[in-house]
Design a protein around this ligand. Structure first.
Ligand code: FCB
Length: 451
């Protein structure tokens, strides 16, 4: 590693997800996804926005790949829309859906941008939701069949894979908070969904080992929050440990140790919300280790004990006078290095990739068409510096994907929040580099020395 740079071969990436950028929701035989259905629910999404057009990446992917080449990205993380390949979730492959991803991957390789493919970034085929979605164990097997199909067709060209994006959010925000598709509000259902998601992950890793050539790697992208007690009182310290249990360990432990955290499982059992675990479920997990862990980190949580705070008795507090993004998320880059070092210590020094990190700010476009997003640059730079600090402490961090390559459909917030380093005009769909894009270009060109 050079004095100020990053290790040789460090991956400089940017990320997006299918439903957030593609649009073309009814084209070429694509089936309905739970996000199409959820967006059609009155009041579900800010401003009634939908992913129908999004960034129109489906038609403009060649320009977007050119943009990546200009930035100098070494890798691009994107997701595949399951209902484009299997409009009903399983059965006959929709060849035209697959064609799109074949063309995208070929364009990336041609531009020397390594594809990093996420199999599931939340857009479940609605047909599967109709038979129970992630609460139905069969969904895990259908997921693995869908994964198989992609390994078979793209395994020769895609070397980096992720099974699921943020199963914690898919399970709990989608099935307990009701803020994401499928919009359910039942904690026990969410816990069950989390279990089926983890099983799906393990089955897809098992299939990967059979079908993908040596040298290809597979992981999972988890949303991890560093949990700090709001005060140094014992009850808040314990509450932070429980919050860590629900959000972090509930996913990390099965993936790395093939067990659920006993403290959380006991509380779930006491409240009658534990998942239905069948005989081989945990051994399937423990016998299918990942090659790397994808870390999505945006902000830490400040946790306090609260009897009314759900099954696990905690709530999230807000520090006064700290910097926040437009999402209201606290800016605390040290939370990232704390997290990376903790993962090294608690989970046997895994290979890590930061698969998402970034910030929404109220960008203003000037008359000259420029976006001077200094706040975003500062956010990204400070998190990269903390990443480097973690590497210096021996963390095996091999890449960084910022969120996001371009402004896009931010789920329940619709188009009201912009995370991109490329500005998207949603009327003309034209793309313009923000200042952060030129900044990232120079960071990449110097392998981080320009930070
Ligand atoms: C993450 C999601 C990603 C994006 C960012 C801001 O939780 O994985 O799709 O919405 O948040």
């Amino acid at each position: 590693m050079s004095k100020q740079g990053f290790p040789a071969g460090f991956l400089w990436g940017a990320a997006t997800a299918a439903y957030q950028v593609e649009g073309a929701v009814r084209e070429d035989g694509r089936g309905e996804s739970i996000w199409d259905r959820f967006c059609a629910t009155p009041g579900a999404i800010h401003g009634g926005d939908t992913g129908e057009v999004a960034c129109d990446h489906y038609h403009r992917f060649k320009d977007d790949v050119e943009n990546m080449r200009d930035l100098g990205l070494s890798s691009y993380r994107f997701s595949v829309s399951w209902p484009r390949l299997f409009p009903h979730g399983h059965g006959k492959l929709n060849r035209r859906g697959l064609d799109f991803y074949e063309s995208l991957v070929d364009a990336l390789l041609e531009a020397r941008v390594q594809p990093a493919l996420t199999l599931y970034h939340w857009d479940l085929p609605q047909a599967l939701q109709d038979v129970g979605g992630w609460t139905n164990r069969d969904t895990a097997s259908w997921f693995s069949d869908y994964a198989d199909c992609l390994y078979t067709h793209l395994g020769d060209r895609v070397k980096m894979w992720m099974t699921l994006n943020e199963p914690q959010v898919a399970a709990f925000v989608g099935h307990s908070d009701g803020r994401h598709a499928p919009g359910l509000k039942d904690f026990a259902t969410a816990v069950q969904a989390s279990h089926v998601l983890l099983r799906a992950h393990a089955l897809a890793v098992a299939a990967f080992r059979e079908l993908c050539p040596a040298g290809s790697r597979i992981g999972i992208a988890l949303d991890l929050h560093t949990m700090y007690p709001f005060t140094d009182g014992m009850s808040d310290i314990e509450a932070a440990h429980r919050a860590d249990g629900q959000v972090n360990r509930w996913f990390l432990d099965p993936v790395f140790k093939g067990t659920y955290p006993v403290d959380v499982l006991e509380i779930y059992a006491k409240h009658g919300v534990a998942p239905r675990i069948e005989d081989d479920d945990l051994s399937t997990l423990s016998s299918n280790p990942v090659d790397f862990l994808g870390v999505n980190y945006y902000f830490p949580q400040r946790v306090y004990a609260c009897d009314a705070g759900g099954v696990l008795g905690f709530e999230y507090g807000h520090l006064k006078d700290c910097p926040r993004t437009e999402m209201g998320w606290e800016v605390y880059p040290e939370g990232l290095s704390d997290l990376l070092i903790r993962l090294k210590n608690d989970y046997a020094d895994p290979v890590l990739m930061i698969t998402e990190n970034g910030a929404a700010y109220p960008d203003r476009i000037t008359e000259k068409g420029q976006v001077q997003d200094h706040d975003r640059i500062e956010y990204l730079a400070s998190h990269l510096l903390e990443s480097r600090r973690a590497i210096e402490q021996g963390v095996k961090l091999q890449g960084y994907y910022l969120w996001s390559l371009m402004d896009n459909f931010e789920w329940g917030f619709g188009y009201s929040r912009r995370f991109g380093i490329t500005h998207v005009d949603y009327h003309t769909l034209s793309r313009t580099w923000k200042k952060s894009a030129s900044w990232y270009q120079s960071v990449i060109a110097t392998n981080g020395a320009a930070l």
